[in-house]
Ligand binder design. Structure first.
Ligand SMILES: [Ca+2]
Length: 232
């Protein structure tokens, strides 16, 4: 997407990747937070090009692996050549936080509590630094809440959660931040829980973070193996 010419602002433009220290990187795209019908964030985003107003679409179709495309919230199934077979899921992007530029994991080893716990599977096991199935908070049955006290007000850039991972089950939940318990992330889809966990970019000041787990596809239990909050 050129900043000075209009030729690459048309639908179907393949983006060019430039070096991270290129002068105009970071200026050409902004993101929109995707939300559900209740206006809660669903954990995915659209990248919008500032020059064309088009969003980035990514697909497995080799003729258009990455392209600029009009934003849409519906799938074209008419066969119309203008719409092709593009659909909204090609525009829904998720991001994984890397590096430490946003600060440290300020939830690590902080006081955690929960609505209940099963035996030795206490709330603190979600912030003990072990993200594996060897160490998780467990309660039964859903829905149940889990909470961490960061012990100070932090400006958070991302939160992440890792549930119990068996390769087939999925969880649904929302994450809230206090002082006013604003919902900052919601997982309402059926994406299977992975060892990498689910990461959500946020921009919120908070001392307390609460996870309300509302569903587990495998059984009635709720589980958090790891929870992180990156901030400073
Ligand atoms: Ca753990």
């Amino acid at each position: 997407m050129a900043s000075t010419a209009t030729a690459t602002r048309a639908w179907g433009t393949k983006p060019t990747v430039t070096a991270a220290n290129s002068a105009d990187v970071g200026q050409q795209w902004f993101f929109l937070t995707n939300k559900d019908s209740s206006n809660n964030p669903i954990g995915s985003y659209r990248l919008v090009n500032r020059y064309s107003g088009l969003v980035l679409g990514m697909s497995s179709d080799s003729s258009r692996l990455a392209e600029s495309t009009p934003p849409r919230s519906w799938a074209n199934s008419t066969g119309n050549p203008v719409g092709g077979t593009r659909n909204e899921t090609e525009q829904a992007l998720t991001f994984t936080a890397v590096g430490t530029s946003g600060g440290q994991n300020v939830a690590l080893n902080k006081p955690a509590s929960a609505q209940s716990a099963q035996g030795s599977r206490v709330a603190s096991l979600a912030v003990d630094g072990d993200p594996t199935n060897n160490s998780y908070w467990s309660a039964d049955p859903y829905a149940q809440w889990w909470k961490v006290d960061l012990q100070s007000l932090y400006t958070l850039s991302s939160v992440s959660i890792t549930n119990y991972v068996d390769g087939s089950r999925y969880y649904q939940y929302n994450i809230q931040a206090s002082t006013d318990w604003t919902t900052i992330a919601t997982k309402s889809n059926t994406a299977v829980a992975t060892s990498a966990g689910d990461s959500y970019p946020v921009n919120v000041q908070a001392r307390y973070l609460r996870v309300n787990i509302t569903f587990n596809s495998a059984n009635a239990g709720v589980h958090i193996a790891n929870f992180t909050a990156t901030g400073s």
